[in-house]
Ligand binder design. Structure first.
Ligand code: ADP
Ligand code: MG
Length: 352
């Protein structure tokens, strides 16, 4: 009840926005379901932020607003800060949903990964202390580990709230300059199974480059879910049975792989990797056996990085990228994986 009152009061005192408040800036992205702009405000006021992002969305925007409101209350630090969403009906194209977020920063993980400097270009943004280490896998591993921890932390927040993102990829992970952490964006394909929002119509939107082999999360087992946020007692049970969150874990595992292997950072090489992995029946160890004998120097460095500390990174990676959702590690368990423990120990030994 307290949460309800809190949410209600919060909605009342929060700044609201309307079309005339907003001045469009640069276009940041355009998908088939909306256009995203950087925007500012026509009149600057002390209570309203001036550096914002606007998404003009089609009918699917309603669910995206709902997801963002829920994240805002339950796990705000996981995602870009959502400010307000409304139905804008005066547009020429007919009714659109307008969604506003704080502008978190100018780079997604995708942008950062495209740089030849990666992961060093991220280093100064997130952890200055490793700069004392010589350049090499040890140092790169620490940066990648910090990024992975932040992604898993954000995912754990979403999953603990009951939300499966379903479109986890470097393009949907933004670097927040203020908090100096990576946050998740784009809840346009997300589904909330605990309260019965399972947005099957958008299933075809899933990005095949990062999608886990099961692709159609629960759509075969789940009876058609209510389209309004109606609580159902069934959902937590279904969650336990199907572990839909593991879909995001698979995608996050592919991001881990791309960070370790520069050669897998382009779309084409990732698509080719997916084909190879499928041929290996989604067995990463088999994929490794097929690659390693003829590995390029870059590939060898990737394996070496994951093999540091008795292969603890490789162990985590292989527990994320598995064919069966049930066998994949959860975000919470991944955060407790020894891959992340070692950091404290190594930092100590390094200081001595
Ligand atoms: P789409 O449905 O087009 O993929 P996204 O929500 O992913 O929409 O946003 C598109 C792009 O806009 C992102 O890849 C990112 O570059 C930028 N962007 C989105 N939200 C923010 C934000 N809060 N702060 C800064 N940039 C953002
Ligand atoms: Mg996106």
């Amino acid at each position: 009840f307290d949460m309800f009152v809190f949410a209600f009061v919060e909605r009342l005192i929060r700044p609201t926005y309307k079309k005339d408040d907003i001045v469009l800036g640069k276009k940041l992205g355009e998908g088939s379901f909306g256009v995203v702009y950087r925007v500012s405000l026509a009149k600057k006021t002390s209570s309203k932020r001036d550096d914002l992002v606007l998404k003009k969305a089609t009918e699917y925007g309603a669910v995206e607003i709902w997801m963002n409101e829920r994240v805002r209350r339950a796990c705000a630090s996981s995602c870009a800060e959502f400010l307000y969403g409304f139905l804008e009906s005066s547009s020429k194209k007919g009714a659109e949903y307008w969604l506003l977020w704080r502008f978190e920063g100018g780079a997604t993980l995708c942008d950062l990964m495209q740089s030849r400097e990666f992961p060093y270009n991220v280093e100064t943004m997130i952890l200055e202390e490793v700069q004392d280490l010589p350049k090499g896998q040890e140092r790169e591993n620490r940066i990648i580990r910090t990024i992975m921890r932040q992604i898993l932390f954000a995912l754990d927040g979403l999953h603990s709230t009951g939300i499966v993102h379903r479109d986890i990829k470097p393009q949907n992970i933004i670097f927040s300059e203020e908090s100096r952490t990576f946050k998740i964006i784009d809840l346009g394909a997300a589904t909330d199974l605990r309260v019965g929002i399972n947005y099957i119509p958008k299933e075809f939107l899933l990005d095949p480059r990062y999608a886990a082999p099961e692709q159609y999360i629960m759509s075969t087992q789940t009876p058609s879910a209510p389209s309004a946020p109606v609580a159902t007692a069934l959902s937590p049970v279904l969650w336990q049975l199907n572990l839909p969150d593991r879909f995001d874990i698979y995608s996050a595992g592919l991001i881990f792989l791309q960070m370790a292997f520069p050669g897998l950072r382009t779309d084409n090489s990732l698509i080719q990797f997916n084909r190879q992995l499928k041929r290996c029946d989604y067995d990463l160890a088999a994929w490794r056996r097929s690659i390693e004998p003829r590995a390029t120097p870059d590939q060898r460095r990737g394996f070496e990085l994951l093999d540091l500390d008795d292969g603890i990174g490789w162990e985590l990676l292989t527990s994320m990228v598995r064919y069966k959702a049930r066998q994949r590690i959860s975000a919470k368990a991944a955060l407790a994986h020894p891959y992340f423990d070692r950091e404290g120990l190594l930092a100590l030994s390094f200081m001595q």
